[in-house]
Design a protein around this ligand. Structure first.
Ligand SMILES: Cc1cc2nc3c(=O)[nH]c(=O)nc-3n(C[C@H](O)[C@H](O)[C@H](O)COP(=O)(O)OP(=O)(O)OC[C@H]3O[C@@H](n4cnc5c(N)ncnc54)[C@H](O)[C@@H]3O)c2cc1C
Length: 317
């Protein structure tokens, strides 16, 4: 309720506020499709946010968005809480970023709890809010379970959702990709075969899960090409600013942190400043290498913060 009030408050503030001053709003971009940006063959820079859970976190996100506005990202994205738990706040935040900030916004959406009727209604709502870009995912199994529960309406894989939404022909569709293989897949090869099904079903572009060793990305890009996957694969990057936190994420997602990085960071676990600097430097080097070797775009998992993203982005420019 408080969170909604905050967004409403910002909405009502509108043009009078410096934060939402028309010069910062690029409303011409409002219905841009991400695949068209990627087809321009200039690297894209995009930021991912999640819906904040508390009033404090909402205010903080608002301030960080203010900082990130000067970077004019190619697009931004908003996650959809595990189990569909944050649907209202995900949609609210997508609406706010798309229509009040004027950023081309991609809303994430998952198969969890999805049936044809609900998906149709939800996507109509997003379409009415000028959202033209979706990241379509299966979603994770519920906590404590290793298997995704069978969905009676047939949405059991990312590809099922992609095919259903693609039939509408009105959204640009992104899907998830896993350079080290998805945690549930028995092999990378099997996972890439399923990825191919997802692309054939209508995914226009892919965004990878975080990875820390670029070789995984380059090998993956080669293997996907060999299988005939031609769509752009945007690299998902997370700077290691909080070692313990990122180590936990990496473990959950199966992304390996190379020993060389662990050796650099481990001695500074109690020195926030030093950890920040090393983490940012590693991310800058990683992004430079990716761009030099042809990655079509970099997607920053911002964790709703702005400082590291600003530092990395400015260094790349
Ligand atoms: C960029 C990105 C953004 C994300 N954002 C969110 C988010 O906002 N909210 C959220 O809850 N989660 C999010 N996730 C996490 C995602 O939901 C999980 O990784 C989930 O476990 C897999 O989703 P998927 O769409 O990639 O699955 P799928 O493509 O369905 O793949 C999942 C597993 O099933 C296998 N598989 C696929 N198709 C078949 C088939 N036909 N037969 C048998 N096996 C098959 C694959 O090999 C893989 O092991 C995101 C992930 C990425 C990479």
């Amino acid at each position: 309720m408080k969170r909604r009030l905050f967004f409403n408050c910002l909405n009502n503030y509108n043009e009078k506020s410096l934060f939402l001053h028309p010069k910062f709003k690029d409303t011409h971009n409002n219905t841009v499709k991400i695949i068209d940006l990627l087809n321009q063959k200039q690297p894209t820079f995009s930021f991912e946010f999640y819906p904040p859970k508390t009033y404090h976190a909402t205010v903080e996100l608002g301030m960080n968005i203010g900082q990130l506005m000067k970077l004019s990202p190619s697009f931004v994205s908003v996650t959809y809480g595990a189990g569909g738990s944050t649907q209202n706040s995900s949609f609210d935040l997508s609406d706010f970023l798309q229509n009040n900030i004027g950023w081309t916004t991609m809303a994430h959406y998952t198969c969890v709890g999805a049936n044809r009727e609900k998906i149709t209604q939800d996507l109509e709502l997003l379409y009415q809010k000028n959202i033209r870009n979706l990241m379509l995912l299966r979603g994770d199994p519920p906590k404590g379970s290793t298997h995704f529960p069978t969905n009676t309406d047939g949405f059991n894989h990312g590809s099922d959702l992609v095919a259903f939404v693609n039939a509408q022909k009105r959204f640009s569709i992104g899907a998830g990709a896993y350079p080290e293989g998805h945690v549930e897949a028995s092999s990378l090869e099997e996972d890439i075969r399923h990825l191919n099904t997802k692309v054939k079903a209508g995914a226009d572009f892919l965004v990878t899960q975080m990875f820390f060793d670029n070789q995984y990305y380059f090998d993956f890009a080669e293997k996907t090409k060999t299988l005939g996957i031609q769509c752009p694969i945007v690299a998902g990057i997370i700077p290691i600013i909080n070692f313990k936190q990122i180590q936990r994420f990496a473990e959950l997602s199966g992304a390996k942190i190379p020993e060389t990085i662990i050796e650099q960071l481990a001695p500074y676990q109690h020195d926030e400043k030093k950890m920040y600097q090393i983490g940012v430097d590693i991310a800058i080097a990683q992004c430079k290498d990716l761009l030099a070797k042809g990655a079509p775009g970099i997607h920053f998992y911002t964790l709703n913060k702005s400082t590291a993203t600003v530092d990395i982005f400015e260094s790349l420019n």
